[in-house]
Design a protein around this ligand. Structure first.
Ligand SMILES: NC(=O)c1ccc[n+]([C@@H]2O[C@H](COP(=O)([O-])OP(=O)(O)OC[C@H]3O[C@@H](n4cnc5c(N)ncnc54)[C@H](OP(=O)(O)O)[C@@H]3O)[C@@H](O)[C@H]2O)c1
Length: 353
């Protein structure tokens, strides 16, 4: 078998890491490739679920004796602490690995320090290989660990003229089945799905991750959160159907903003405390406006249907913009056709000051 460069091995490790997206929270996604001293791949692994073996341990188990003198290529700095599993830094030292190549350092103060431990044991450590790519694959976890609240993705569906419903309020279904299947896949990658009580009262959504063809539930369900200042969610609302965990987040429990509504910063901090690292904000327009006004949205995923309505509610309400100079500027990072619709992915640009 041909030998593999460290760069190629890191590309593969990043691919492996992505397989854990949606199932590792509150842990990061991590991939690892072990090369022997001839550059042959002797082990591969990824972190599949919280509490399960770390990527390095899976790869070491595959490699056995062949890890000795080899190179471990890992997307995130190996952990240095005993949590639900032992420290990966020690496991690498014990296996006799000679070199460890890391894409991104671990920002989690509890687990970091693996690189120092490895160096102290005489292992050569290189940092930063394909760092940007690995960072992008772990962006939700890294962002939430660095600042202490979850990564927020706002998702909406609209017509080309930005309408989320017709004048008479009918909105089912603005986008195609293909787009809705894509949304369910997106739900499967996050830890919590958020909706305002306005959406719950108007549409009575389930907010579960499902197979749309047969209605079956995905194995792992995000926490359903209704942002509901005074507890108006009806007792028989579908979000209370027991199909997944649900939190009706009231102002009494979370804390109130100056208008007496749920304080969104406190809400995100509370979710972080519960181990939530990535949140999908599913609306509606008023809650999305409040999140954007507060600068709490990290990514926007818009499904745009090839239709026009010319009247009716818009996908976003009151985002704190009253003049063009205050517009929330975005950077498009991806545009993909999903069935007849477009999926537009954009990042809000950081505001000055
Ligand atoms: N096209 C789409 O992508 C999409 C997605 C979802 C919904 N929708 C549509 O949106 C419509 C509902 O819109 P909506 O704007 O009434 O619903 P919403 O944004 O889901 O809910 C708004 C409500 O959230 C509560 N809330 C709690 N804390 C808040 C805070 N800090 N800031 C703002 N709101 C807070 C408020 O009620 P309290 O003060 O009582 O707490 C507020 O009235 C429905 O017709 C639905 O079909 C469209």
């Amino acid at each position: 078998m041909a030998s593999v460069s460290v760069d190629e091995a890191m590309r593969r490790a990043i691919e492996l890491a992505a397989r854990g997206l949606g199932t590792t929270s509150p842990n990061p996604v991590v991939g690892c490739v072990l090369l022997d001293d001839d550059g042959q791949v002797v082990g591969e692994g990824f972190h599949a679920y919280a509490g399960g073996p770390h990527a390095e341990i899976v790869a070491l188990a595959q490699a056995g004796q062949r890890a000795k003198g080899g190179t471990a290529v890992v997307t995130l700095e190996p952990c240095d602490h005993t949590g639900r599993t032992g420290p990966c830094s020690s496991a690498l030292v014990q296996a006799g690995v000679a070199r460890v190549v890391i894409a991104v350092p671990d920002p989690n103060p509890v687990a970091s320090g693996g690189a120092a431990t490895l160096r102290a044991a005489g292992v050569r450590v290189d940092l930063g290989v394909r760092g940007e790519e690995a960072e992008a694959g772990n962006v939700a976890w890294l962002t939430s660990m660095r600042r202490g609240w979850p990564y927020v993705i706002w998702k909406y569906a609209a017509t080309v003229d930005g309408r989320s419903a017709a004048l008479d309020g009918t909105s089912m279904w603005i986008t195609s089945e293909a787009a809705r299947i894509d949304v369910h896949a997106l739900r499967g990658t996050v830890d919590a799905v958020l909706a305002g009580v306005g959406t719950v009262l108007a549409d009575d959504p389930r907010l579960t991750a499902r197979n749309l063809r047969d209605g079956s539930l995905a194995i792992r369900q995000p926490l359903r959160v209704v942002v509901d200042s005074s507890g108006r969610t009806p007792a028989d609302a579908r979000v209370r159907d027991g199909a997944a965990r649900t939190w009706i987040a009231t102002a009494d429990e979370v804390g109130a903003d100056p208008d007496g509504r749920v304080d969104l910063t406190a809400l995100l901090a509370a979710l972080h405390q519960r181990g939530v690292r990535a949140v999908l904000l599913e609306g509606g327009p008023r809650l999305a406006g409040a999140f954007l006004r507060a600068g709490l949205v990290d990514k926007i995923v818009g499904y745009v249907a090839p239709r026009l309505l010319g009247a009716g509610p818009t996908a976003l309400v009151d985002a704190g913009v009253s003049t063009i100079a205050e517009a929330i500027d975005l950077e498009f990072v991806d545009v993909t056709q999903i069935g007849p619709d477009l999926r537009i992915t954009a990042l809000p640009r950081k505001r000055e000051g």
